[in-house]
Design a protein around this ligand. Sequence first.
Ligand SMILES: *Cc1c(COP(=O)(O)O)cnc(C)c1O
Length: 354
Amino acid sequence: MTETLDISITKNQNSRLAQTDFENLPFGRTFSDHMFVADYADGEWKAFQIVPYGNISMSPAISSLHYGQSFFEGLKAYKHVDGKVSVFRPYMNAARFNKSAERLCMPQLPEDIFVQSIAALVDIDSNWIPTKAGHSLYIRPFMFATDPFLGVQPSQTYKYMVLAGPVGPYFTKPLKVKIETHFSRSTEGGFGYAKAAGNYGGAMLPSRKAVEEGYDQLIWTDSKEHAYMEELGAANVMFILDGKLITPSTRDTILKGVTRDTVLQLARDWGYPVEERRVSVAEILEGAKNGKLTDAFGAGTAATIAPIGVIEHEGNVYTLPDPTQREFSKKVLKTLDEIRYGVTADPYGWNYMV
Ligand SMILES: *Cc1c(COP(=O)(O)O)cnc(C)c1O
């Protein structure tokens, strides 16, 4: 860390902690007592504050609402078995935050400001970190344009904020997924690699159609031929095919996940053959038919490791091996949990201690 960030803190005098039901935490609906706010104006970040979580007042003309200069990050804080608190790999998110900012013509945020803002918020709201297995404090940093101006041009002013809230497991059963062969999430030359708000708005109609057809999620394919795997909803997708861990190589249509990177590192260290390359829909379906596809899962911060139980492609339905019997995804989830909850050593330095 460079110098410590000068943050003005206003404590919440009406904590909602005691009224919060930690046995029932649907994702993204419960927020901790505080939030972090900073403003960008005159070419610099200023006014670093922690204030009680609550509404903010803005002009209805702010350009983020009209032209989409808005993006976010997602990461998690964990309470260790010995009571210590860590955030998982926040500098990876800090670097990706700035990639998203660059693509949307928005200002860079120094990585230390990103990490220190999160550490300060997690510290003040550390009582909000659940201790139950599979639970954590989800952290949502985001930036949006605030110029009250309807001209289509980059804003001169922005807000950076961080919210936090306790969460349980995102998916509770194996996923039924549909391989999308009509809609696209992103295109070459586009901004699928950024966590831009607009990417998620554009994905909602195709996702809802899949849900109406009885599926939990889509597997996105390349926009040109719909012949290559890209992502699983808002998670990266991984397969064990013929004893090898296979995942689409990242490109401008694919979000480069921290979880993806983490799983690849573990697999390599365990001596698994790993292939990052274009992954065709045909080879995965062939593997599902001949039994060489032994595991398939989504990898992401919110979803963690989410096993795929059923894949549909153009009317054909393929059932994959029973997730409770899968070697790789079970081992990777167990190892990840042990590191994140401080049960075992953290040889990679992934836990940022708060
Ligand atoms: C956030 C996200 C992921 C997963 O990234 P993590 O860093 O592992 O959380 C994957 N794909 C998309 C589209 C995402 O938005």
